[in-house]
Design a protein around this ligand. Sequence first.
Ligand code: NAD
Ligand code: UD1
Length: 337
Amino acid sequence: MKILVTGGAGYIASHTNLELLNAGYDVVIVDNLSNSSMESVKRVEKLTGRKIAFYEVDILDKESLRQIFEKEKIDSVIHFAGLKAVGESCLKPLNYFRNNLSGTIVLLEVMQEFAVKSLVFSSSATVYGDPAKVPVTEDMPLSVTNPYGRTKLMIEDILQDLYRSDATWNIAILRYFNPIGAHESGEIGEDPSGIPNNLVPYVAKVAIGELEKINVNGDDYDTPDGTGIRDYIHVVDLALGHIKAIEKLTDHPGLVIYNLGTGIGYSVFDIIHNYEKACNKKLPYTVVARRPGDIAVSYADASKAYQELGWKAERGIDKMCEDSYRWQSKYPKGYSK
Ligand code: NAD
Ligand code: UD1
């Protein structure tokens, strides 16, 4: 079975490609390399001993996408391609709408043209906004607070409308909580450009001495230690969730939605302390102002994915921090040596 992976050179996709190849799937990547490097693709090939068909193509380029569908005879698509920085999306909303929304529409049009109607879509826990209760279940009300989140919610709506118009589509919407960590080989991992926005990539840079200290964004939230609580999930568990979703689509389920999280919430201080164990040193931090738009607590009820996909996250916070640190210390500059 041949899977087209859009954004396939990126962080979550590279881990998913590895699991797809190990499970016997063929992988075709479309990526414009706007936030990634070919090196991740090469490393996945090396780790698996398998070849990947790679196309440096923007998903907005319909004609090139058509040619790929013509040539490759795709069975199913996992759609990761998109811009994902919340702050940047507030400064440049049109870039986000054009890239994420228009890109998805072009992709869906080409899929329809070639009668490829099986899609896994990367959504985000951001579509729950500030959840009224935790753990968060898939049927809870949705809302967003920034353009990035709006693109995710709008794409979910587009997919719902598409499915209503033509029930021969099979679509799995996966709402990721907070993916962190890296493959245990230390060969692939998250490689943010510039100063990381997200907590764990920032902590990793402090651990290797590239950044001086962690900024804890607020210790006055209504949580046991006052810092924000999130559901961190090992990227390899997340990747394996995609394999289960692809298997589910072969049963023709229609449109399905799953939270992919662990169901456990950790605070910022929990993360710092667990990372200190992984790197075996004290990590300096300072408490600074809350980050605008941040919420106090979010973690998943992931029982639907367990019941319907037979998937649950297996890797704990120790492993997430150890694997993150292994990757970061082995490749302090990420893929660019
Ligand atoms: P990433 O930036 O590492 O991967 C995205 C990839 O898409 C990159 O390789 C980039 O070059 C590519 N891309 C972007 N626009 C493209 C376009 N127009 N045409 C072709 N390629 C394009 O990000 P990631 O963390 O691996 O996230 C993958 C997906 O999961 C994204 O859709 C993201 O919004 C979603 N998601 C990520 C997180 C997270 O915390 N990492 C959480 C929830 C959802
Ligand atoms: C971020 C994205 C969100 C996305 C989610 C999934 C932002 C604003 N939101 O959410 O859209 O769906 O990732 O991975 O980027 N923190 C610090 N210091 C830092 C960075 C973060 O204390 O330097 C705190 C935050 O206040 C939060 C926690 O760490 O409590 C996690 O932050 P982060 O890793 O950025 O993830 P989210 O905010 O959950």
